[in-house]
Design a protein around this ligand. Structure first.
Ligand code: NAD
Length: 252
């Protein structure tokens, strides 16, 4: 897979799967722009890990409505065209229904849906305008195994990712006439700060046990699936959802 001089925007690229994806695209010759929310140090570290020179950082909280348009405008000012958009940024908040009060319940729903679903819809809106002008492009959205199997501790998270799958498939249909492919990668338990930092060792052990490989995914394995969906020959795979969950949850 070659991405020489392709212009790529990745949300949530300061760490984890976003960082691994940025590294993978840069290795294949792409110009990579990384959006992140707040951690300047981590974002600069990602930038320093990228091969090549034509890479940029964009700080901005994508859950703020105006950021989506600004992000795409600033990107186009620098790179002229947007070839590949990876909506990777996401949050996960614990809010089990029988353990939280109503304020925490509604707060978790609002925050999660804003970042994981509405922000993606808004960024897709502005990005697709540019891709239509450019007569083609790719959008890859990072969902989750939780969309299919349920997330009892984080119902808003599971719902947001199920919504993201549906959004992606709707856009795959409406944007096909513009040669824009829209695909989804749905990881299972992946070795990142989001997944690992809040777990007790007992919780981690039981999560590892879910996969017959008895391990979690590494971020670069998720990145590999993202690059596949962004590659030249994968346009006709538009609308698909690729599981990267180590056979821990098999959909029929
Ligand atoms: P992470 O917490 O390590 O990184 C998340 C990134 O998103 C960070 O760079 C953060 O700055 C950014 N971000 C969060 N909110 C933002 C906002 N409002 N505006 C801009 N940036 C924001 O997470 P990760 O594990 O690398 O997850 C990446 C994606 O993969 C997420 O969408 C997540 O839901 C999904 N995912 C992760 C796992 C896992 O086990 N790690 C499993 C399934 C799906």
């Amino acid at each position: 897979m070659e991405f020489k001089n392709k212009n790529v925007l990745i949300t949530g690229g300061s760490r984890g799967i976003g960082r691994a994806t940025a590294i993978a695209f840069a290795k294949k010759g792409a110009n990579v722009a990384i959006n992140y929310r707040s951690d300047d140090l981590a974002a600069k570290e990602t930038l320093s890990l990228l091969k090549g020179r034509n890479h940029t950082l964009y700080k901005g909280d994508i859950s703020e409505k105006h950021v989506s348009a600004e992000l795409i405008n600033d990107f186009i000012k620098k790179y002229n065209t947007l070839d590949i958009l990876v909506n990777n940024a996401g949050i996960a908040i614990q809010h089990e229904i029988d353990k939280v009060d109503f304020n925490d319940w509604t707060d978790a729903w609002l925050k999660t849906i804003n970042v994981n679903l509405l922000a993606v819809a808004n960024i897709c809106y502005w990005a697709s305008k540019q891709m239509i002008k450019n007569e083609g492009g790719r959008i890859i959205n990072v969902s989750s195994r939780g969309a299919f199997r349920g997330e009892p501790n984080m119902p808003a998270y599971g719902s947001s990712k199920a919504g993201l799958n549906s959004l992606s498939q709707s856009l795959a249909k409406s944007l096909a006439k513009h040669k824009i492919g829209v695909g989804v990668v749905a990881p299972g338990f992946t070795n990142t700060d989001m997944a690992v930092s809040t777990l007790t060792s007992k919780e981690k052990e039981s999560l590892l046990d879910e996969s017959p490989f008895k391990r979690m995914a590494e971020p670069d394995e998720v990145a590999h699936a993202i690059l596949f969906l962004a590659s030249e020959k994968s346009l006709y795979s538009s609308g698909t959802i690729i599981d990267v969950n180590g056979a821990s949850y098999l959909r029929t």
